[in-house]
Design a protein around this ligand. Structure first.
Ligand SMILES: C[S@@+](CC[C@H](N)C(=O)[O-])C[C@H]1O[C@@H](n2cnc3c(N)ncnc32)[C@H](O)[C@@H]1O
Length: 709
């Protein structure tokens, strides 16, 4: 078959994902980037030559894949030690690109127990006309937007010390005006050029970045680890499966590991990627393989065959549906809404769940009435969600364990991860807790449900669980950071595209992001955000008349708004934002970042109400004293200990509205004394403010709110 550009990209994706999970003995002890790069290039070309016809480049032919319709050079570079070669031969290349496409592999090498692993962080394909210099093309494009004259452009080119006499630069400037260059993604810096380019490409959603692992959540489990997982489980549990199923089997390392323990048990492997299945077929010809989406596989057919004991094992994809929608991927289950998420969940982010969670829930629903054991690798947060789901849906099971492991070491992925072990059999019962173990078998913690509520750690529970008397809100959501968020540059504002922006002040509000609320009091910000509405669904056409500069700015950048994918923007007024209401404009807010483990509550205020972005949650107040004391209350050790027992600190966003709503301030103030508050004030390094009178007023107010409720 003839190799094409698209096939080259697909094969690169497959090659990198596969290489992530196999041993490369040839590279053991080798740290020289050039040798590793040559090895990878050689292996990739060997892989292609086995399947396709194409011309191979030589140093005299310039690029690695010189066929006219491919015209691509391959670059391999280490994530830690980027290559330092300069690809530009002349000034035109800097502006109009190299004249050939680039395929860039970015890897990291790790050695462990005498084996060598390569982790491909990404593989990026850059079209020829986007291989110009990043800064130069971006500046020239801005100049053209601002209608610079030829003379000014020539002057700029001279200032950049670009080689060429006056006539050459004159001709070039004319050409630039007539034929504006595309945005390039390489940089002039010789030292870090590939790394910097890589950063830019990742930021730019229009570039065809083939992100090896992300779309299919493709972390293939190394064989040695699949074996360790079996060892761990079988040391503690006796299993007699008469059918083994790996629902997203990839290259089949779990299948292979299971084969050592159950050589005569039939095995079924399912995966969307046919290339992986080919590989399984080569190593394990007896495995029954199905090249389908796991959601389309008819598991009920298997159940009708009356197997006595099923073993389901594997490592479902680690990717969220939101990320998938960013890739325009269709690897999203279409048929079922397992958790029955509604429109509101979609707006609050609750619907952002991992595909692996969906796959696991689908399997649980299918196998819960059989004798079945589940052994799956997943994010720790997913295992907690599954536990909650099992209990809330009254699903009976015989055993559930969570065993934590170091995914940085195994997958080079910095996510808290675990083995989820679940058994269904004749001893099924309703569970109310689950032990969490370390990979050495020692106990880590116990999670459970008390009075219908989830506790990530049942030890040291301080009981202030209930309902907060103030309403927690999530910050502003607009999905248009590039246009809506501005940074102050002297007396000017710049957007994320680095454009200087002149807007009327009225719709500009100080903005705080998670990284800004790391101290207990925040009263200023260098960022601004445009607030286009004062209440949900407000018609935004008023901006045109009242704030013409803002309207023109929004109109100029309309495309960015039109590209917003979330359903909430469909049929909403132009330039709509969410997380907006009367509460948004209150002067005092007590805010927390959803992301930071520390769980600090900050009092934020300014003459103009401070806005928070959608990574933050907050309560809002008209009155300083109430806001201040609420901040102190929330920062006491009592509230903090309670939070520690209910949040999953390892998850990406430990603090959510769901968690914060459970802090019952009325219960908390019964346990909190004035001394506790004075101590908290001291710990936060705040000036003394709280006293008996203020505390009495506060407790009276809180009790009143609750009585009125
Ligand atoms: C994390 S990898 C794990 C592969 C293998 N289970 C292992 O442990 O090495 C996830 C696998 O799921 C496959 N996959 C992703 N989405 C799928 C879907 N909807 N149906 C079937 N397989 C899928 C990918 O091709 C990939 O091989």
């Amino acid at each position: 078959m003839k190799l094409t550009k698209n096939l080259l990209i697909k094969e690169a994706e497959y090659f990198c994902a596969r290489a992530n999970s196999i041993d490369h003995p040839e590279l053991l002890g080798i740290n020289d980037g050039k040798t590793i790069g040559t090895y990878i290039e050689h292996e990739f070309k060997k892989h292609l030559l086995n399947k396709y016809d194409f011309k191979l480049g030589s140093s005299s032919m310039g690029v690695d894949f010189p066929d006219e319709d491919i015209n691509t050079d391959l670059k391999v570079t280490s994530l830690n030690k980027p290559q330092n070669s300069c690809p530009f031969l002349d000034i035109r290349q800097k502006i109009y690109g190299l004249g050939y496409n680039l395929l860039l592999f970015l890897y990291e090498k790790n050695e462990k127990e005498g084996k060598c692993y390569l982790f491909f962080d990404s593989c990026t394909f850059i079209d020829a006309d986007e291989t110009g210099d990043y800064k130069l093309t971006s500046n020239l494009r801005k100049m053209l937007q601002n209608k610079w004259s030829k003379e000014k452009i020539v002057y700029y080119l001279e200032q950049c010390k670009l080689p060429g006499d006056k006539t050459t630069l004159n001709n070039l400037a004319e050409e630039i005006i007539e034929n504006p260059p595309k945005q390039g993604y390489l940089t002039v810096s010789n030292a870090f050029q590939w790394r910097i380019k890589y950063t830019y490409t990742n930021k730019n959603t229009n570039l065809p970045v083939v992100d090896v692992k992300k779309e299919f959540g493709d972390f293939q489990t190394p064989l040695y680890f699949a074996r360790q997982v079996f060892e761990y489980i079988l040391e503690r549990h006796v299993l007699h499966p008469d059918l083994i199923i790996e629902p997203t089997c990839g290259i089949g390392n779990f299948i292979q590991a299971s084969h050592s323990y159950y050589p005569n048990t039939p095995v079924i492997g399912i995966d969307v990627n046919e290339s992986y299945l080919k590989e399984v077929r080569m190593n394990l010809p007896d495995v029954m393989l199905y090249n389908v989406n796991v959601f389309d596989f008819d598991f009920n057919k298997l159940l009708s065959n009356d197997y006595d004991e099923y073993l389901l094992v594997g490592n479902p994809p680690w990717v969220t549906n939101t990320r998938l929608s960013k890739y325009d991927s269709n690897n999203i289950p279409q048929k079922e809404n397992i958790k029955n998420l509604n429109f509101f969940d979609a707006t609050t982010g609750s619907s952002n769940f991992d595909i692996s969670e969906n796959i696991l829930l689908h399997l649980i629903k299918t196998f819960k009435n059989t004798t079945a054991t589940f052994i799956f690798l997943c994010k720790f947060q997913i295992a907690c969600n599954i536990f909650e789901y099992l209990i809330k849906d009254n699903i009976q099971l015989s055993e559930m364990e969570i065993i934590r492991f170091d995914s940085l070491e195994i997958f080079n992925a910095d996510t808290s991860s675990c083995i989820l072990f679940i058994q269904f059999n004749e001893n099924n019962k309703l569970l109310d807790f689950c032990n969490v173990y370390n990979f050495d078998g020692s106990i880590h913690s116990r999670m459970g449900i008390v009075n219908g509520q989830f506790y990530s750690n049942l030890d040291n529970v301080v009981d202030i669980d209930g309902e907060c008397c103030f309403e927690w809100r999530q910050g502003i959501k607009h999905d248009c950071t590039k246009i809506m968020e501005l940074s102050c540059d002297g007396d000017k504002y710049k957007n994320k595209k680095e454009d200087v922006v002149l807007l009327e002040d009225d719709l500009l509000y100080p903005l705080l992001k998670s990284s800004d609320i790391k101290i207990p009091m925040v009263t200023s910000s260098d960022r601004r955000t445009i607030i286009t509405q004062h209440k949900l669904k407000e018609d935004t056409s008023y901006i045109k008349e009242k704030y013409p500069s803002t309207w023109q700015y929004l109109e100029r950048n309309e495309d960015y708004f039109l590209k917003r994918k979330s359903n909430i923007y469909h049929n909403a007024p132009k330039y709509s934002i969410f997380g907006i209401g009367e509460y948004t404009f209150k002067k005092y807010k007590v805010a927390i970042s959803g992301f930071y483990k520390e769980g600090l509550f900050s009092l934020v205020y300014n003459e103009k109400p401070m806005m928070l972005d959608d990574t933050c949650y907050y309560l809002s107040f008209d009155n300083y004293e109430t806001a201040y004391i609420t901040m102190l209350v929330l920062n006491t050790w009592i509230v903090k200990s309670y939070l520690k027992s209910i949040v999953i600190l390892d998850s990406k966003r430990p603090y959510t509205k769901k968690v914060l709503k459970r802090i019952d301030i009325k219960k908390a103030i019964k346990l909190i004394t004035l001394n506790t508050l004075i101590e908290t004030e001291k710990n936060l390094k705040l000036k003394k403010y709280i006293n008996q009178e203020k505390w009495d007023n506060y407790t009276k107010l809180i009790n009143k709110i609750n009585t009125q409720k």
